[in-house]
Design a protein around this ligand. Structure first.
Ligand code: AMP
Ligand code: ZN
Length: 452
């Protein structure tokens, strides 16, 4: 199985929302491996070309980050790539067989664009080389785009001279006087590749012209993957679909809206750790939802995920003193239920239900449970094969406190204030400050709090 997963743009920390895409891809890959397939997995690192909008608007995210942080774009890419990989490891995401980054493949990208250009798919503007989407009869098939309906009100003028609203840059020429940190010479002027180009070029380079699975987030469907398909099929020109299956992971939300940096919801895996949660608690939380369903993040949801995972570990860890034994009929049934769930479009919530059912089945021997835990963990990687219940609470540094504990202390403080016991009220406020919580008393007696 050849599998390509669109990787991160390394201009900032990857938040827990971003990580959902990789937990999904990893679980899919593990499931295929468990079913006996040999998987070759490629993840790219986008270190150039991704503009602040997914279309051809704004500036390169890396150049923006370089200006914001007063640092070199290359250094920024390196740092956030390193941090991203550390998070993958924390979530037990298996490293891909190939890591590839855009800036290592500029020559290949230029050659690919030359083929498109020579094939009559592109036109040149002062701002770069554009793919003419009207030349592709199938354009938008993945996203089932209603092009006729969209063209009417679409903003073509964003880039001067663009023929169709959805035409996209294959190569972006630097503007006169623009001083980019990352730019290269090309037949269409000095500049940088368009974002979509890297994924077409590198997936074909490492997996062959046609491969089995391409994954990404749902937000990749309308622009990024639509454009990858258009240019790859134009390049290959063999009349066959480029990729056999596209799988997209849904969003995880915070208070109903997609977790994202721009809305202030940039919770990181390291934030979970700081608050004492083992990262696999988050993996367990994610897998409780099907990858095509939206799901909701909250600290309460983290607490229930931890409680649920702890109940599993209570049973599986206790059984671990027995070596893995042969599965009897009852145990084999649980394994089959697990297999059916996983084999049904990666239904992880149902697979977890099978794990829970096994953990509660008192007909099973410890040896059977130990054997089952290995099978379950080969796919889910939630720690049932090797973690102990106590592992789920990370050693708290003195700064960590749960949200529930904060609320209890604040209630106590409000009661103290109402009783005019200001000494006690101040004592609680100082204690909270020492564990990283800032309390602010608002006019009217209301107190608000936030993590410092
Ligand atoms: P961004 O940095 O926002 O462009 O996100 C990079 C990728 O991470 C997106 O294309 C999504 O596939 C994924 N992603 C971002 N936010 C979320 C989220 N809240 N839930 C799931 N996936 C997300
Ligand atoms: Zn991609």
């Amino acid at each position: 199985v050849g599998m390509y997963s669109c990787g991160p743009t390394v201009y900032a920390d990857q938040h827990i929302g971003n990580m959902r895409a990789y937990v999904f891809a990893d679980t899919l890959k593990r499931a295929l491996g468990w079913k006996g397939f040999v998987v070759r997995h490629v993840i790219n690192i986008t270190d150039v070309g991704h503009l602040t909008s997914d279309a051809d608007e704004g500036d390169d995210k890396l150049e923006v980050a370089a200006r914001r942080e007063h640092r070199n774009a290359w250094e920024i890419a390196e740092q956030y790539t390193r941090d991203f990989k550390a998070d993958l490891e924390r979530l037990r995401i298996i490293e891909p067989d190939v890591w590839c980054k855009a800036t290592d493949h500029i020559g290949e990208m230029i050659r690919f664009a030359e083929v498109l250009d020579a094939g009559g798919w592109c036109y040149q503007l002062p701002s770069g080389l554009y793919f003419d989407t009207s030349k592709d009869r199938d354009y938008g098939k993945l996203a089932r785009l209603d092009l006729a309906g969209q063209q009417a009100g679409a903003r073509v003028e964003v880039v001067a001279g663009k023929r169709n609203a959805r035409d996209f840059a294959v190569w972006r020429a630097s503007a006169p006087g623009e001083n980019r940190q990352m730019e290269w010479d090309s037949p269409w002027g000095r500049g940088a590749p368009g974002w979509h180009l890297e994924c077409s070029v590198m997936s074909i380079e490492y997996l062959g012209p046609h491969f089995d699975i391409h994954t990404g987030g749902v937000d990749h469907i309308p622009v990024h993957h639509t454009n990858e398909i258009a240019q790859s099929e134009a390049y290959l020109a063999d009349g066959r679909p480029w990729v056999r299956w596209w799988l997209h992971g849904e969003f995880i939300n915070l208070r109903g809206a997609k977790i994202s940096k721009s809305t202030g919801g940039g919770v990181l895996i390291t934030d979970l750790i700081d608050r004492g949660y083992h990262p696999l608690v988050y993996r367990y939380l994610l897998l409780q939802a099907h990858y095509r369903s939206q799901t909701e993040f909250s600290w309460e949801a983290m607490d229930s995920a931890r409680a649920g995972l702890r109940r599993l570990l209570d049973r599986f860890a206790a059984a671990r003193s027995e070596p893995a034994g042969r599965l009897g009929a009852a145990a084999a049934e649980h394994l089959e239920a697990f297999d059916r769930a996983i084999s049904d479009d990666l239904n992880t919530p149902r697979a977890i239900a099978a794990v829970v059912a096994a953990s509660r089945d008192d007909r099973l021997t410890d040896g059977e449970l130990t054997a089952l835990a290995r099978e379950f963990d080969a796919v889910l990687a939630i720690g049932v094969a090797d973690l102990a219940p106590a592992d789920l609470d990370l050693k708290r540094s003195d700064v960590a406190i749960s949200e529930a504990e904060v609320k209890t202390l604040l209630a106590e403080r409000n009661a103290a204030r109402a009783a005019r016991d200001f000494a006690r009220s101040d004592q609680i406020r100082d204690h909270l400050a020492s564990v990283g919580v800032t309390v602010e008393d608002q006019p009217g007696g209301v107190s608000t709090w936030r993590w410092t």
